[in-house]
Design a protein. Structure first.
Length: 252
């Protein structure tokens, strides 16, 4: 794929593609539900279960669990699944091919298509975090670890989405092809608090839990350095697969 610098022209093209993509997302009921209603419904469910979680594991542990799940769920459904489905759909209906026939470089096109779900995820996460604090959830003392967890998971999920799209033949198959990464992320998120193995920090879920624990300044079973390296490794793996396998025309 070709590269480009962030010139004023490139930024304007990214904004134009992103604006068009956002309008297309709002017109698709299935994608809109997956990107907005589903993760928000899950956040509401967590709020309802908060008192039980506090009683079972304590206030700090409950805060870590809720924040970790919110971050993971929003990124998986608002960004990863939405981006995967979007890229496959746009490729199959020749939209990617038409964009690439213009003057926009590859990275500008991908940035424009991926920007709407990323921005939507950031807005949703910020709103839910504010509501959680208002309802009594603890405020992280070392908040930068939480920001790093969110940004790192976003980066890993964006490149995972482009790589998954490269391997997915059509839009209907995207719901199936995206499940392995979602299952890995959620499964390791749930397993991480139950074990002291630092190897889990190399997984998306384990890395998020370790960084969120560090943000709330409670016992960190793993290593924040390994967690950061894990998210960076998944980001690079997705990027490498995308670079080698991504196609701009329909797969047959």
């Amino acid at each position: 794929m070709s590269t480009t610098t962030a010139s004023p022209t490139s930024i304007a093209r990214i904004r134009a593609i992103a604006g068009s993509e956002f309008r297309l997302i709002t017109r698709s009921k299935a994608v809109l539900f997956s990107a907005t209603a589903l993760p928000l419904m899950f956040a509401v469910f967590l709020f309802v279960q908060r008192d039980a979680a506090v009683e079972a594991s304590g206030d700090s542990a409950a805060s870590v669990g809720m924040v970790s799940m919110v971050v993971m769920f929003f990124v998986m459904f608002t960004v990863y699944i939405t981006a995967t489905t979007t890229l496959v759909t746009r490729r199959q209906d020749l939209f990617l091919k038409r964009l690439r026939s213009g003057e926009s470089p590859d990275l500008v096109i991908l940035a424009g298509l991926l920007l709407p779900p990323v921005v939507l995820c950031l807005v949703q996460t910020a709103v839910v975090m504010v509501v959680m604090v208002a309802l009594g959830n603890g405020v992280p003392e070392a908040w930068w670890w939480l920001v790093l967890a969110l940004v790192g998971l976003l980066a890993a999920s964006v490149t995972a989405a482009t790589a998954t799209a490269a391997l997915t033949p059509n839009a209907s198959a995207a719901q199936i092809s995206s499940m392995p990464f979602v299952g890995l992320a959620l499964g390791t998120l749930i397993a991480s608090p139950m074990t002291e193995s630092r190897w889990l920090d190399l997984t998306p879920g384990g890395a998020v839990v370790t960084l969120v624990r560090a943000a709330y300044d409670i016992d960190v079973y793993g290593s924040v350095g390994v967690a950061i390296a894990g998210l960076a490794l998944w980001t690079y793996l997705g990027y490498d697969l995308t670079k080698r396998l991504f196609r701009w025309e329909p797969r047959h």
